[in-house]
Design a protein around this ligand. Structure first.
Ligand code: GDG
Length: 475
């Protein structure tokens, strides 16, 4: 049945699980996007289209927990060329400041085009006349244009969860024009920050040659595309409730005891990704111990590295590098029952995440580049008693809002050492002042407000400008 709202994302919001009776079933995946979009889906009788994981072919649409889900199949080759290849081997590093070297392969690009086309066609099949389609993230940047070609009646929104790079980097991409034109199929293109939106509009002017004014792009066919910032957030109330629940409070206490009841607990939680700056932060912390500023009797660093993209070469190398570094630091600086770093390569339920946030005095979030970084916001949401310090990279989108964090440049190890030490030594009055201000920001701007503002903007947009615009000069 055609729907008035279609969400298109690389992944469906469910994971496959084995049920008690041994039969396969589905479980809602944890995560902000599901929380944000679920209410909008329900209110609009929407459908969510995406890859369920795995290589099963031709799965039928199904309902889960009242949500209509349309699975898109992926072959092993699609996974290798489209997902691990072009999405995570080309676009991910290119859009994150070349923290790793992007690879450009024509067969990866061809797979990207064909998977995007399949998503666009399936979205077209599922959308009612005049429906709204909301496409998500870097894996699907060609979908807006492909979809508009099939279904010009649709209202199309696109949201990029990761940074959008400046022209100097983006122009390396052999397929730069195609990607920009792909995005221009949308009526509204949303970014995490103003910088990203500005980069996009500038590139459209320079590379595609369209007329632009502030955040608007005027297309020769009379359509207008708006590019704007919609900083994403979290289910703040949900995290607050979880953090104050009895079991989570008890677990937080247990965690501190298991760590040997140190004076201060430092915490990092990240997907094991080279953009997150895990290596540099652990080095900075270990140097503080080696220099004698911190003692393993007083301070411990808990680093949770959530397994991620394990088939991609650069992620395997990173894992080995971090394993070695942690081994060396603990070997050199640890004492019996007192490792300097408590390292966990695993994923955890939301309750355990909340308990970790509650148990940590200093949260350390130091990506080299990050669209937003929800972990920083989740930590703040869980500090209901206004205690705790946040050390945050100025290159995370979250730094634009969480100004009261100890802001650091993750490339500057000495600067990070000073910030870690300042946060460690800060008077309670100082940490409380900062935390209170950050908590106001996170509670006032939650993920529901984010989804709402994007959808409202998309609904209000006037998609034709009625201006005479000459065909673009192409470069
Ligand atoms: C991309 C952008 C942007 C992590 N491990 C576990 C777990 N998580 C949850 C966290 C958090 C989310 O996953 C991670 O979000 P981040 O924002 O920190 O980072 P990315 O995965 O890189 O996300 C990023 C985001 O999209 C949203 O637009 O902010 O910049 O890169 O919510 O809590 N949750 C559970 N167990 C885990 O082990 N339950």
């Amino acid at each position: 049945m055609p729907n008035n709202l279609v969400i298109v994302a690389n992944r469906l919001p469910v994971d496959r699980v084995e049920q008690a009776d041994g039969t396969p079933g589905w479980r809602l995946s944890p995560g902000g996007l599901v929380t944000a979009i679920e209410p909008v889906m329900r209110a609009n009788d929407g459908v969510w289209l995406g890859w369920p994981g795995g290589t099963d072919q031709d799965l039928e649409p199904f309902e889960h927990d009242g949500m209509s889900l349309v699975p898109m199949s992926m072959s092993q080759t699609d996974i290798e060329l489209f997902y691990e290849g072009f999405s995570n081997g080309t676009l991910w590093p290119l859009y994150h400041d070349l923290v790793a070297k992007p690879e450009f392969h024509r067969e990866w690009w061809d797979a990207y085009v064909s998977v995007n086309r399949r998503f666009a066609e399936k979205a077209a099949d599922n959308a009612a006349e005049g429906a709204t389609v909301w496409v998500h993230d870097y894996q699907l940047q060609l979908v807006p244009q492909m979809l508009r070609e099939i279904r010009p009646d649709l209202r199309i929104g696109f949201y990029l969860h990761i940074p959008f790079p400046p022209g100097e980097l983006f122009q390396q991409l052999p397929w730069r024009r195609q990607l920009l034109e792909g995005l221009l199929g949308a009526d509204l293109v949303g970014f995490q920050g103003h910088g990203a939106a500005g980069n996009f509009v500038r590139l459209v002017r320079q590379r595609v040659g369209h007329k632009t004014h502030k955040d608007l792009v005027y297309l020769p066919d009379g359509r207008t595309v708006r590019a704007a910032a919609f900083p994403i957030s979290i289910d703040s109330q949900g995290f607050e409730d979880l953090a104050t629940s009895e079991p989570v409070a008890a677990r937080a206490k247990e965690i501190r005891e298991a760590l040997g009841s140190p004076t201060k607990v430092f915490l990092g939680i990240d997907r094991l990704d080279y953009t997150k700056g895990i290596y540099a932060r652990l080095r900075a912390f270990s140097e503080l111990i080696a220099d004698g500023h911190l003692d393993v009797e007083d301070a411990v660093f808990v680093q949770v590295a959530v397994p991620s993209r394990e088939q991609v070469e650069q992620y395997r190398i990173l894992r080995d590098d971090i394993d070695r570094l942690v081994g060396r630091i603990n070997g050199d600086l640890g004492r019996i029952g007192r490792p300097a770093i408590s390292y966990l390569h695993s994923s955890y339920p939301r309750e355990e995440m909340a308990a970790l946030y509650r148990s940590a005095d200093i949260m350390v979030v130091t990506p080299y580049r990050d669209g937003m970084n929800l972990v920083a916001k989740e930590y703040v949401a869980c500090r209901t008693d206004n205690t705790g310090a946040l050390v945050l990279s100025e290159f995370a989108g979250a730094a634009e809002e969480l100004r009261q964090a100890w802001l650091v440049n993750p490339y500057d190890i000495n600067g990070m050492k000073s910030a870690l030490l300042e946060a460690y030594r800060a008077e309670p009055k100082e940490t409380t002042r900062r935390m209170k201000a950050m908590r106001r920001t996170v509670t006032q701007n939650d993920v529901a407000a984010w989804a709402d503002s994007f959808m409202t903007e998309l609904a209000d947009i006037r998609s034709s400008h009625g201006k005479a615009v000459r065909p673009a000069k192409r470069s």
